[in-house]
Design a protein around this ligand. Sequence first.
Ligand SMILES: *[C@@H]1O[C@H](CO)[C@@H](O)[C@H](O)[C@H]1NC(C)=O
Ligand SMILES: *[C@@H]1O[C@H](CO)[C@@H](O)[C@H](O)[C@H]1NC(C)=O
Ligand SMILES: *[C@@H]1O[C@H](CO)[C@@H](O)[C@H](O)[C@H]1NC(C)=O
Length: 377
Amino acid sequence: MFKTTTATLLVIATSFSFLLLSPPPKSYYHSLYISDSLSDNASVSHHLYTLTRLPHVAGSQANAEAAAYVLSIFTSCNIQSHINSYDVLLTYPASRSLTLTRSPDPPINFDLRQEIYDGDPYVDVADEVLPTFHAYAKSGTVTGPVVYVNYGRVEDYASLKEVGVNVTGTLVLARYGQIYRGDIVQNAFQAGAIGALVYTDRKDYGGGGGGARWFPDDEWMPPSGVQVGTVYNGYGDPTTPGWASSDGCERLSLEEVEKGGDVPLIPSLPISAEDGETILRSIGGEVAREDWQGSEDAPTYRVGPGPGIVNLSYTGRQVIETIQNVIGVIEGSEEPDRQVKTKMNLETRMQCFLALECALKSHKISIYIHPIQRQHP
Ligand SMILES: *[C@@H]1O[C@H](CO)[C@@H](O)[C@H](O)[C@H]1NC(C)=O
Ligand SMILES: *[C@@H]1O[C@H](CO)[C@@H](O)[C@H](O)[C@H]1NC(C)=O
Ligand SMILES: *[C@@H]1O[C@H](CO)[C@@H](O)[C@H](O)[C@H]1NC(C)=O
């Protein structure tokens, strides 16, 4: 969380003197960089496995353990490191439902589940993965005709207006890509929509040429795969805008957070390529512009509104939970007083170790390596 990051840096400043007590010799970082302990294939593979073995959404015990793991690796590399914890507002999905009606066809109740592939080594923990959702999404139930809005950019709404499509009171279907998902929902709200569905189009996430292949046979997400993430438009903890979420600090109430304008005011849900295409097939009206169309084997996209009617119901749970920031400090060899702060996600992949490598490579000035936690970057 970005605001948390800022807060953490202040804490670093005050604890810096203790960090200086016994810095390793300057040549040490260079030898660490060229050593295999962080970057050879076996270590990378081992770190990756350890960090991804369990689902570890922000605020969970598994995530605290992932933070402890990163700390232990930094420490074993003789990098001055510590963990700062903060209590922040997070959200988790409590219930979701999505129904599409287009008479005379029977209604479709989407199951909103991501399929597990044959031979998935993580199958034993699949049930621990949270249902797909947008972090900080608005709770509510909305029903209305669907409008296809391309990437949901301001110019996409302008272009709909030009062809006389009125978005007021509709649910928009937007594809991921081009802009931040929080802006997709915000733009939909500003255009008068009552809800937003954001799907992954195979044109953008499938090679674009038709005949897409996907994991485990290729790099792309399977048809039932869903890109999740936050739709919050501010930085850090929404209840502490501009100050640190430290122990006993002042906080905004949830009502005040909503009035602040950075959390969405209409419900939204991320959906899969497969479900997005099913909904697209229910949309009539004008044929969408050429650059709004999908990949070669996709159906013809139209803009609507309707006749497909979508009923979206989402309830999120908002809770204050503890997250951890792992801070590592590499003291520079030439200008140790100059500080560079770099941050990366703790909860995903190998970014913290790769950033560590980059930091080691250019350790002429002091570098704070700072794996942070955000809710679904
Ligand atoms: C490490 O793995 C990559 C990707 O599989 C491979 O290209 C590279 O040759 C491997 N390096 C070593 C030293 O085995
Ligand atoms: C769009 O639809 C809403 C609700 O049906 C209506 O109030 C509004 O006047 C319409 N806007 C235009 C430009 O037609
Ligand atoms: C929409 O779905 C919700 C949850 O399944 C349900 O309670 C509600 O009655 C539905 N609304 C309409 C208009 O179908």
